[in-house]
Design a protein around this ligand. Structure first.
Ligand code: C2E
Ligand code: MG
Ligand code: MG
Ligand code: MG
Length: 289
């Protein structure tokens, strides 16, 4: 009896596995043709300075409509792009597309506004990254200080010597670097003080729990202090409520980003986004929405 049940369970399990492997193969095929057809898009999520309510910049976030079968989020397709190394082509597209879209309106909104783009570990390790960026900045006439690369702790800790060298070359070029999802990886404080960085982004996980959990609150305020003491800018990700905003202001965090202000916006919405937000009117009414 038990044996039969076990066998059935195994059959069920393997059928499910095949189904999943099949779905994955289909998605991989779809991703390949999406690259050929240029089927990706970008949205821009605003970041707001907490002391003034002024716009700090936008983070470009990749979108894919999954071949018309409904939007697939990056958490699902980016790991697949990385496994298949297709991320290099897509990552290059993200850099070119975001710079070409922003050149028209970002400097007009403010010449100190920052465009942040996410860079995957494979892309960060690429030999030609700094040269490619330098060419793109020339092509699209953006000041290097208006571009920020977001990398994770894992990316930096992969190869310490290489990371130090790359960060120093990015610094020479004048491009900013942020550590994304800070606090979720295994950072070494010993190395953090050697890396030439500009920004720490506190992971949404801590921000969303900080008002209920004293431990999460302690993590957030410690990261803010660490960032400030190292002379870095600190951005809180995933801010959804006024209470979270107030707490972050009280704890001297520099910048917030999250659904409280706005989700990722289309290019048209982003270029019409107010340069100064009215705290009494959060979330901000999005132009043309
Ligand atoms: P991330 O860089 O940490 O981006 C922040 C993610 O949090 C985005 O999800 C954003 O939509 C979401 N988010 C922002 N505010 C809130 C909020 O208030 N509440 C909640 N619940 N979520 C919020 P998204 O767009 O799904 O991106 C997920 C991850 O995919 C990104 O995390 C980033 O690691 C990666 N990613 C996105 N675009 C790119 C890209 O162009 N290249 C690479 N390599 N990775 C990317
Ligand atoms: Mg990011
Ligand atoms: Mg993040
Ligand atoms: Mg994240």
């Amino acid at each position: 009896e038990a044996k039969r049940a076990g066998r059935q369970q195994f059959r069920f399990f393997s059928r499910e596995m095949n189904g999943r492997a099949h779905a994955r193969l289909i998605m991989e095929e779809n991703l390949r043709s999406a690259i050929d057809r240029n089927d990706f898009g970008l949205v821009y999520q605003p970041q707001i300075q907490l002391d003034t309510g002024r716009l700090r910049g936008f983070e470009a976030l990749l979108r894919w409509d999954g071949n018309g079968s409904g939007q697939v989020m990056p958490g699902v397709f980016i790991p697949l792009l990385e496994e298949t190394r297709l991320i290099n082509r897509v990552g290059e597209w993200v850099m070119r597309e975001s710079l070409s879209q922003c050149q028209e309106w970002l400097p007009r909104l403010g010449d100190d506004l920052v465009l942040s783009i996410n860079v995957s570990p494979i892309q960060f390790a690429m030999a030609g990254l700094v040269d490619a960026l330098s060419r793109l900045l020339d092509d699209y006439r953006l000041k290097p200080s208006q571009l920020e690369l977001e990398v994770t702790e894992g990316t930096l800790m992969q190869d310490l010597d290489h990371s130090c060298e790359k960060l120093s070359n990015l610094r020479k070029l004048g491009v900013r670097v942020a550590i994304d999802d800070f606090g979720t990886g295994y950072s070494s404080l010993a190395y953090l003080r050697h890396f030439e960085l500009d920004t720490l982004k506190i992971d949404r996980l801590f921000v969303s729990n900080m008002l209920d959990s004293p431990r999460d609150a302690a993590v957030v305020s410690t990261i803010i202090d660490l960032g400030r003491n190292l002379g870095l800018e600190v951005i809180a990700e995933g801010v959804e409520t006024m209470a979270q905003r107030d707490w972050l202001i009280a704890h001297d965090c520099h910048v917030m980003q999250g659904f409280l202000v706005a989700p990722g916006l289309s290019c048209d919405q982003a270029k019409n986004f107010p340069s100064q937000i009215d705290w009494s009117r959060l979330p901000v009414a999005v132009p043309g929405d």
